[in-house]
Design a protein around this ligand. Structure first.
Ligand SMILES: NC(=O)c1ccc[n+]([C@@H]2O[C@H](COP(=O)([O-])OP(=O)(O)OC[C@H]3O[C@@H](n4cnc5c(N)ncnc54)[C@H](OP(=O)(O)O)[C@@H]3O)[C@@H](O)[C@H]2O)c1
Length: 283
């Protein structure tokens, strides 16, 4: 990656910050070559300017004239309106990465009215500490250059998998929302620890290190989570006693239903929020 590359980030919310934090920390881009904007929150832009030293502006034209690479990090509900405005200044030379859950590359191309290079990406908030599980899907016009750029950006803040776009809603349901599932599990473990008699601070400390250690085991041992679990579940032992309770409560079934529901929600976002018909026309 040439540090001199200029990148425009449209949307200054939590995922934009998490990404920026990781990218700048990794040193693959220079803050003076990053331009960020949002809709109306001035304090937030000031925060970005002061904390990260990046450029802030409300002038889309400025961003699009200075930056070939654009990262769109607005909510799915806002993307239709945004693309309708950007259309005036976007050229075939631009390369767009969209993070909006559920929004297809086809929708972005069609809304912009150009056979432009678009990449759809789904990182998660662990990009802040360079541990994101990101999946990217290439739009039909995306060339190697666009894919290399996206891979370089996202591999600097975690691991990247390239997938067919048809898988992106499932990715969103699994790893996009995934950190929240793990936090919920951790919340439950902390409460359980308190319930069985531990001070809250100790319960939190033990929970966090346990999850961290188990994740590192799964990452480094080369064994599947299932095998690792079986190895430490002795018949008649303490872990087995806990597993029986979780099985009876349909833990796995509930989890599958949860991820399925998030996946369906990602699919719905496309139709609900993107005003598809309004901007649709043949390229
Ligand atoms: N959070 C995650 O873990 C995560 C993970 C992967 C992907 N994503 C995707 O990333 C996108 C952003 O999520 P988020 O959690 O970062 O949302 P967020 O915190 O609500 O931030 C959204 C940002 O978009 C800005 N915005 C809205 N309309 C705009 C416009 N027309 N022009 C410029 N900026 C505009 C908002 O500006 P104002 O504040 O001024 O209104 C705000 O800065 C979503 O589509 C989400 O699906 C999120």
């Amino acid at each position: 990656m040439h540090k001199q590359k200029s990148i425009g980030i449209i949307g200054a919310g939590s995922i934009a910050e998490a990404m920026l934090d990781g990218i700048l920390d990794e040193g693959i881009l220079l803050p003076e070559n990053i331009y960020i904007t949002n809709k109306s929150n001035d304090d937030r832009l000031e925060f970005f300017r002061e904390s990260y030293g990046v450029n802030t502006t409300r002038d889309y034209k400025e961003i699009l004239s200075k930056c070939r690479y654009l990262i769109i990090a607005v909510k799915p509900a806002d993307i239709g309106e945004l693309l309708a405005v950007l259309k005036k200044w976007v050229t075939m030379n631009h390369i767009i990465i969209t993070l909006a859950a559920g929004i297809t590359t086809e929708f972005v191309e069609t809304s912009l009215g150009k056979k432009i290079q678009v990449i759809r990406a789904m990182p998660n908030t662990s990009c802040k500490i360079k541990e994101s599980a990101t999946a990217i899907a290439l739009g039909r016009n995306a060339k190697k250059e666009a894919s290399d750029f996206a891979k370089e950006i996202f591999s600097s803040i975690g691991k990247v998998s390239t997938v067919e776009e048809s898988m992106m809603d499932a990715v969103t349901g699994l790893s996009g929302s995934g950190p929240a599932y793990v936090y919920l599990l951790m919340e439950a473990m902390v409460e359980a620890g308190v319930k069985v008699g531990l001070p809250r601070s100790l319960s939190e400390e033990l929970t966090i290190q346990t999850v961290c250690g188990a994740a590192k085991m799964a990452l480094n041992s080369g064994e599947s989570p299932k095998i690792l679990r079986k190895k430490i579940t002795t018949p008649g032992g303490t872990t087995m006693a806990a597993m029986k309770v979780l099985e009876n409560a349909n833990f796995t079934g509930a989890f599958i239903e949860a991820v399925d529901s998030a996946t369906k929600r990602s699919r719905e976002l496309m139709t609900q929020h993107s005003s598809l018909h309004k901007f649709r026309h043949v390229l």
